[in-house]
Design a protein around this ligand. Sequence first.
Ligand SMILES: Cc1cc2nc3c(=O)[nH]c(=O)nc-3n(C[C@H](O)[C@H](O)[C@H](O)COP(=O)(O)O)c2cc1C
Length: 168
Amino acid sequence: MSKILVTYYSRTDNTKQVAEAIYDALEGEKSIKPFQELADRESDAFSLVFAGFPVHSHSVPYAVEEFLKSTPEGKKIAFFSTHGSLTGSRLSREALENATVLSAKARMLGTFSCRGRVSPQALEVLMKSPEHRAWAEMAASAATHPDASDLADARDFAAWILTLAAQD
Ligand SMILES: Cc1cc2nc3c(=O)[nH]c(=O)nc-3n(C[C@H](O)[C@H](O)[C@H](O)COP(=O)(O)O)c2cc1C
Protein backbone atom coordinates (compact mmCIF):
# COMPACT_ATOMS: atom_id res chain seq x y z
CA MET A 1 0.00 0.00 0.00
CA SER A 2 1.47 3.35 -0.97
CA LYS A 3 1.79 6.18 1.53
CA ILE A 4 1.42 9.70 0.19
CA LEU A 5 2.71 12.94 1.68
CA VAL A 6 1.52 16.42 0.74
CA THR A 7 3.97 19.02 2.03
CA TYR A 8 4.10 22.73 1.37
CA TYR A 9 5.52 26.11 2.22
CA SER A 10 2.99 28.93 2.40
CA ARG A 11 3.16 32.42 3.89
CA THR A 12 -0.31 33.72 3.07
CA ASP A 13 -2.18 30.40 2.64
CA ASN A 14 -2.53 30.36 -1.17
CA THR A 15 -0.27 27.34 -1.55
CA LYS A 16 -1.85 25.82 1.56
CA GLN A 17 -5.27 25.95 -0.13
CA VAL A 18 -3.89 24.12 -3.17
CA ALA A 19 -2.19 21.59 -0.89
CA GLU A 20 -5.50 20.90 0.85
CA ALA A 21 -7.31 20.44 -2.47
CA ILE A 22 -4.65 17.93 -3.57
CA TYR A 23 -4.85 16.16 -0.22
CA ASP A 24 -8.68 15.92 -0.48
CA ALA A 25 -8.43 14.23 -3.86
CA LEU A 26 -6.01 11.53 -2.68
CA GLU A 27 -7.13 8.08 -1.70
CA GLY A 28 -5.48 5.71 0.72
CA GLU A 29 -2.92 6.40 3.43
CA LYS A 30 -2.03 10.08 3.32
CA SER A 31 -0.57 12.93 5.39
CA ILE A 32 -0.40 16.68 4.98
CA LYS A 33 2.21 18.87 6.69
CA PRO A 34 4.02 22.17 6.15
CA PHE A 35 7.72 21.75 5.27
CA GLN A 36 8.74 23.42 8.51
CA GLU A 37 7.03 20.71 10.56
CA LEU A 38 8.66 17.78 8.79
CA ALA A 39 11.26 15.97 10.84
CA ASP A 40 14.61 15.25 9.19
CA ARG A 41 14.10 12.55 6.52
CA GLU A 42 10.45 12.10 7.57
CA SER A 43 9.42 12.13 3.92
CA ASP A 44 11.55 9.02 3.24
CA ALA A 45 8.71 6.88 4.63
CA PHE A 46 6.37 7.96 1.82
CA SER A 47 6.33 6.42 -1.62
CA LEU A 48 4.91 9.55 -3.28
CA VAL A 49 5.45 13.17 -2.26
CA PHE A 50 3.53 16.23 -3.46
CA ALA A 51 5.67 19.28 -2.68
CA GLY A 52 4.33 22.83 -3.04
CA PHE A 53 5.66 26.36 -2.70
CA PRO A 54 4.96 29.96 -3.71
CA VAL A 55 7.24 31.46 -6.35
CA HIS A 56 9.64 33.91 -4.69
CA SER A 57 11.92 36.06 -6.87
CA HIS A 58 11.21 33.80 -9.88
CA SER A 59 12.39 30.74 -8.02
CA VAL A 60 11.93 28.26 -5.20
CA PRO A 61 11.85 29.90 -1.75
CA TYR A 62 15.10 29.40 0.12
CA ALA A 63 13.28 27.49 2.87
CA VAL A 64 12.26 24.79 0.37
CA GLU A 65 15.59 24.40 -1.43
CA GLU A 66 17.21 22.13 1.14
CA PHE A 67 14.24 19.79 1.19
CA LEU A 68 14.32 19.47 -2.60
CA LYS A 69 18.07 18.90 -2.67
CA SER A 70 17.76 16.07 -0.16
CA THR A 71 15.10 14.16 -2.13
CA PRO A 72 16.29 10.55 -2.29
CA GLU A 73 17.16 8.93 -5.60
CA GLY A 74 14.13 7.55 -7.41
CA LYS A 75 11.56 9.06 -5.02
CA LYS A 76 8.27 9.71 -6.81
CA ILE A 77 7.56 13.41 -6.52
CA ALA A 78 5.12 15.94 -7.97
CA PHE A 79 5.39 19.72 -7.62
CA PHE A 80 2.78 22.41 -7.27
CA SER A 81 3.26 26.14 -6.98
CA THR A 82 1.34 29.39 -6.78
CA HIS A 83 2.56 32.65 -8.29
CA GLY A 84 1.46 36.21 -8.91
CA SER A 85 2.55 36.18 -12.56
CA LEU A 86 0.18 35.24 -15.37
CA THR A 87 -0.44 31.52 -15.81
CA GLY A 88 1.87 29.91 -18.34
CA SER A 89 4.25 32.86 -18.48
CA ARG A 90 7.96 32.18 -18.54
CA LEU A 91 8.22 33.71 -15.08
CA SER A 92 5.71 31.25 -13.65
CA ARG A 93 7.44 28.24 -15.22
CA GLU A 94 10.98 29.05 -14.15
CA ALA A 95 10.48 28.17 -10.50
CA LEU A 96 9.10 24.72 -11.33
CA GLU A 97 12.04 24.15 -13.65
CA ASN A 98 14.38 25.13 -10.84
CA ALA A 99 12.62 22.77 -8.44
CA THR A 100 13.04 19.94 -10.94
CA VAL A 101 16.77 20.66 -11.25
CA LEU A 102 17.20 20.84 -7.46
CA SER A 103 15.64 17.41 -7.01
CA ALA A 104 17.19 15.90 -10.14
CA LYS A 105 17.65 12.47 -8.53
CA ALA A 106 13.93 12.12 -7.86
CA ARG A 107 11.40 10.56 -10.21
CA MET A 108 9.37 13.65 -11.11
CA LEU A 109 5.86 12.71 -12.18
CA GLY A 110 4.39 16.13 -12.96
CA THR A 111 3.84 19.75 -12.03
CA PHE A 112 0.88 22.02 -11.37
CA SER A 113 0.71 25.74 -10.89
CA CYS A 114 -1.89 28.46 -10.57
CA ARG A 115 -1.97 32.13 -9.68
CA GLY A 116 -2.12 33.26 -6.07
CA ARG A 117 -3.05 36.64 -4.62
CA VAL A 118 0.01 38.74 -3.88
CA SER A 119 -0.30 40.28 -0.43
CA PRO A 120 -1.34 43.95 -0.50
CA GLN A 121 1.73 44.83 1.58
CA ALA A 122 4.07 43.21 -0.98
CA LEU A 123 2.21 44.90 -3.87
CA GLU A 124 2.45 48.28 -2.18
CA VAL A 125 6.21 47.97 -1.77
CA LEU A 126 6.69 46.75 -5.37
CA MET A 127 4.47 49.51 -6.82
CA LYS A 128 6.86 52.09 -5.33
CA SER A 129 9.89 50.57 -7.01
CA PRO A 130 10.43 51.72 -10.65
CA GLU A 131 12.01 48.36 -11.41
CA HIS A 132 9.05 46.32 -10.13
CA ARG A 133 6.08 48.57 -10.77
CA ALA A 134 5.05 47.00 -14.10
CA TRP A 135 5.22 43.51 -12.60
CA ALA A 136 3.14 44.60 -9.60
CA GLU A 137 0.46 46.06 -11.89
CA MET A 138 0.24 42.79 -13.80
CA ALA A 139 0.28 40.66 -10.64
CA ALA A 140 -2.55 42.66 -9.04
CA SER A 141 -5.05 40.67 -11.14
CA ALA A 142 -4.07 37.51 -9.27
CA ALA A 143 -6.17 38.86 -6.38
CA THR A 144 -9.03 36.40 -6.87
CA HIS A 145 -6.77 33.31 -6.93
CA PRO A 146 -6.60 30.52 -6.14
CA ASP A 147 -10.30 30.31 -7.04
CA ALA A 148 -12.71 27.38 -7.19
CA SER A 149 -11.61 26.51 -10.72
CA ASP A 150 -7.90 26.47 -9.70
CA LEU A 151 -8.71 24.17 -6.78
CA ALA A 152 -10.77 21.86 -9.01
CA ASP A 153 -7.77 21.67 -11.38
CA ALA A 154 -5.50 20.89 -8.42
CA ARG A 155 -7.76 17.96 -7.47
CA ASP A 156 -7.65 16.69 -11.07
CA PHE A 157 -3.86 17.04 -11.03
CA ALA A 158 -3.70 14.91 -7.87
CA ALA A 159 -5.85 12.20 -9.42
CA TRP A 160 -3.73 12.22 -12.59
CA ILE A 161 -0.48 11.90 -10.63
CA LEU A 162 -1.97 8.97 -8.72
CA THR A 163 -2.71 7.26 -12.03
CA LEU A 164 0.86 7.86 -13.22
CA ALA A 165 2.34 6.65 -9.92
CA ALA A 166 0.32 3.44 -10.12
CA GLN A 167 1.65 2.73 -13.64
CA ASP A 168 5.22 3.60 -12.76
C1 LIG B 1 8.83 37.82 -1.19
C2 LIG B 1 7.90 37.46 -2.33
C3 LIG B 1 8.41 37.29 -3.61
C4 LIG B 1 7.57 36.94 -4.67
N1 LIG B 1 8.11 36.74 -5.90
C5 LIG B 1 7.30 36.37 -6.93
C6 LIG B 1 7.84 36.11 -8.22
O1 LIG B 1 9.03 36.24 -8.48
N2 LIG B 1 6.99 35.70 -9.22
C7 LIG B 1 5.65 35.52 -8.99
O2 LIG B 1 4.94 35.14 -9.90
N3 LIG B 1 5.10 35.76 -7.76
C8 LIG B 1 5.88 36.16 -6.74
N4 LIG B 1 5.35 36.39 -5.50
C9 LIG B 1 3.89 36.17 -5.29
C10 LIG B 1 3.62 34.83 -4.64
O3 LIG B 1 4.27 33.79 -5.33
C11 LIG B 1 2.10 34.53 -4.64
O4 LIG B 1 1.38 35.57 -4.05
C12 LIG B 1 1.83 33.21 -3.93
O5 LIG B 1 0.54 32.76 -4.26
C13 LIG B 1 1.94 33.31 -2.42
O6 LIG B 1 1.70 32.03 -1.87
P1 LIG B 1 1.47 31.74 -0.33
O7 LIG B 1 0.19 32.43 0.07
O8 LIG B 1 1.32 30.26 -0.24
O9 LIG B 1 2.66 32.25 0.42
C14 LIG B 1 6.16 36.77 -4.44
C15 LIG B 1 5.65 36.96 -3.14
C16 LIG B 1 6.49 37.32 -2.10
C17 LIG B 1 5.91 37.52 -0.73
